[in-house]
Design a protein around this ligand. Structure first.
Ligand code: WT7
Length: 652
């Protein structure tokens, strides 16, 4: 990518220093960068001491068979013991681990002592169902405590889990069960979504009629909604309350080798069959525990942490289940959607539990912006002290809104860049150290080596753009793609020799800070200039009448690609407003330069998003290029595309 133009496209001058009291009492200071730079492996060996090992490791990294890494290979530990039992042994049994808030308003507070009993009973039940170390278990659950308990019970037995997001179809579930050759499925009758019960068990039944799922011998079913007529397969299906409740609440955890598989998590990706990303035990837990402590400045005695992700995504694995619990944190687990029964539900939850650290995604922040400033203003959000963002580049205006309307114009924002593959956070400001810049993930965390390179793998100078790469192995890195070592090599390690290719475009600003520019497939080529979809979207969102924007490059005979923008308008603005489209085009030109001025701007009611909240630009490109739509099955709501297409005739 030779995008000299990019460096000048976005000039962000705003800086926010860490609050003085936070900086003075921060868990991690600037010294961590120096320590890790002087001795990276020594730094990680020290972080591994955060965990309780049955056999302490004497080796840190074995990179002799690169890029197949082994971390802490001669150490042994049990992940569930680290997340649960050791806190009870340390006298913290009465601390609340999980404040569960169901969508209908039912609640449960689960202490660490209770969590230990529940995880033990569930491990005993899985053992009765024949689950042994190494067996794969699929988990297809709503956001209820049993989802976390099921993951921990699997980890306790050394049985790798494969959590499949509860919003996925029977087909997606079947493909994943087949690929991992799962033996048991843990599910629920359903969960609550948008004010009503939404069934899950029928999708499991359907998935298990597909070829390749024959090895599933048991389906363990939590009764959550109790409202459906649940079809029952005698001999295969077992109610959770029948088998788990009668087990002993004692279970002795076995220690596993640090490289024992912990879980497989499938990334949907845009092409090909889903990749089963494999994570292992010791290195993964070390990095999720350290980053959760460092990036959120977690004080487990006083903080109340809330990550709004679903456990079906890696964010939920690392920053609901494993990071917070390994650190003995108290956290909120919320089952439902942010606007049920009203658009202030999240802020009501923050107020109710006194949430101090909130971790969410830009797509959610932009939805809240669209609903209006007056909604969070009705709630007491003064408990919040650190705000996090993850999942895609956060537009500077969304960042500013988050800080101002949620963070009382004072709370640091940590924009955390990472991936399913990286297992844990990789780039992020530290809340007590970094002067933050709206829209930038900025710097590699201590112990992480990242940079931006050009097409020839040369590091770009400050002020230039290229590809984000990771130049040294890290403890929570994926170990391979399940069953496909070659695809692991091809996808991540073949683009640039000896470097991990993340697939994201990025640039360094004049201070050397890193800005993410979206997936490389999302960079447009306009009259010989590389222009990032993210930057044009951010320019549009910085206009007061735009709530959200999605930008694509449509094939164009003159300019290679022409910029086509889909926008959701804010407040009272409508597509019919005289001159609004012209005003927006001029606004982008003024922000980024005339080259970035969109050829077309189409106001729409909704944007097509995947279930993890990522905009499906591929479909918008189909619309912009007047093609038939490709696969729409992973959209949250496929009717969105009909609405967008209906708009087309009125386009300029
Ligand atoms: C891709 C990974 C990491 C958990 C959620 C997503 C994008 C993620 C950021 C960020 C800019 C980001 C990247 C990355 N991404 N966080 N803070 N700034 N982009 O996990 O589904 O594996 O997606 O999400 O494009 O490669 P995932």
């Amino acid at each position: 990518m030779s995008n000299e133009s990019l460096a000048n496209l976005l000039k962000e001058e705003r800086r926010f220093a860490p609050p003085a009291d936070l900086a003075a009492n921060a868990n991690v200071t600037a010294a961590a960068y120096e320590q890790a730079a002087a001795d990276r492996l020594g730094f990680w060996a020290e972080q591994a001491e955060r965990l309780s090992w049955e056999t302490a490791p004497t080796q840190t990294l074995d990179w002799s068979n690169a890029p197949f890494a082994k971390w802490f290979a001669d150490g042994k530990l049990n992940v569930a013991y680290n997340c649960v039992d050791r806190h009870v042994e340390n006298g913290l049994g009465d601390r609340v681990a999980i404040h569960f808030e169901g969508e209908p308003g039912d609640t449960r507070a689960i202490t660490y002592a209770e969590l230990q009993r529940e995880v033990s009973k569930t491990a005993n039940a899985l053992t009765e169902l024949g689950v042994r170390s190494g067996d794969r278990v699929a988990v297809y659950m709503p956001m209820i405590p049993e989802a976390v308990i099921a993951m921990l019970a699997c980890a306790r037995l050394g049985a790798p889990h494969s959590v499949v997001f509860g919003g996925f179809s029977a087909d997606a579930l079947a493909t994943r069960i087949n690929d991992a050759d799962a033996r048991v499925v843990i599910t629920a009758d359903g969960g609550y979504r948008r004010g009503k019960p939404s069934a899950l068990k029928p999708a499991v039944d359907e998935a298990l009629t597909r070829p390749g799922t024959e090895n599933v011998r048991s389906v363990l079913v939590v009764r959550r909604t109790g409202q459906e007529d649940v079809a029952w397969h005698e001999g295969r299906d077992v109610w959770w309350h029948e088998i788990v409740e009668r087990q002993s609440d004692r279970h002795t955890p076995e220690a596993f080798e640090a490289e024992h598989p912990l879980f497989i998590l499938y990334t949907s990706g845009t092409t090909g069959k889903p990749k089963g990303i494999l994570h292992t035990t010791g290195g993964y837990l070390t990095q999720v525990s350290y980053t959760h402590h460092a990036v959120f400045d977690l004080k487990p005695e006083t903080d109340v942490f809330w990550c709004t992700a679903d456990v079906g995504w890696v964010t939920g694995h690392s920053y609901i289940t494993y990071g917070p619990l390994s650190n003995g944190a108290t956290q909120v687990l919320y089952e439902g959607t942010p606007d049920t029964p009203h658009q202030g539900r999240w802020w009501e939850i923050v107020q109710k539990y006194g949430v101090t650290i909130l971790y969410t995604a830009p797509t959610a922040i932009r939805a809240c912006m669209k609903w209006g400033d007056d909604i969070p203003a009705k709630f007491d959000l003064s408990s919040l002290r650190v705000l996090g963002s993850v999942g895609e580049p956060i537009n500077p205006e969304a960042w500013m809104w988050y800080r101002k309307h949620i963070g009382a114009d004072a709370t640091p924002i940590v924009d955390t860049w990472w991936q399913t593959e990286t297992g844990a956070m990789m780039l992020s400001p530290l809340p007590g150290v970094t002067a933050t810049k709206p829209g930038s993930a900025q710097v590699a965390l201590p112990g992480i080596a990242a940079t931006v390179v050009d097409d020839e793998a040369r590091e770009v100078p400050d002020g230039a753009g290229g590809y984000l790469v990771l130049t040294e192995p890290w403890p929570s890195m994926l170990r391979t793609i399940w069953g496909d070592d070659q695809r692991y090599l091809d996808t991540y390690w073949s683009r640039f020799e000896g470097k991990y290719f993340a697939g994201d475009g990025a640039k360094k600003d004049d201070d050397g800070d890193i800005w993410l520019l979206g997936r490389v497939d999302d960079v447009m080529l306009v009259s010989g200039h590389n222009i990032s979809t993210t930057e044009v979207e951010s320019a549009l969102v910085s206009h007061p009448k735009v709530a959200e924007a999605a930008v694509v490059g449509a094939a164009d005979p003159q300019t290679t690609q022409a910029i086509c923008a889909f926008v959701i308008l804010r407040g009272g603005a409508t597509a019919e407003d005289e001159g609004l489209v012209e005003e927006l085009r001029a606004h982008v030109a003024q922000q980024l330069g005339p080259i970035a001025k969109p050829r077309r701007i189409l106001p729409v009611a909704e944007l097509p998003k995947t279930r993890s909240g990522k905009i499906m630009r591929r479909l918008l490109r189909d619309v912009a290029e007047n093609r038939d739509l490709g696969d729409v099955t992973t959209l949250t709501d496929s009717s969105v595309m009909d609405l967008i297409q209906a708009k087309l005739p009125s386009a300029p």
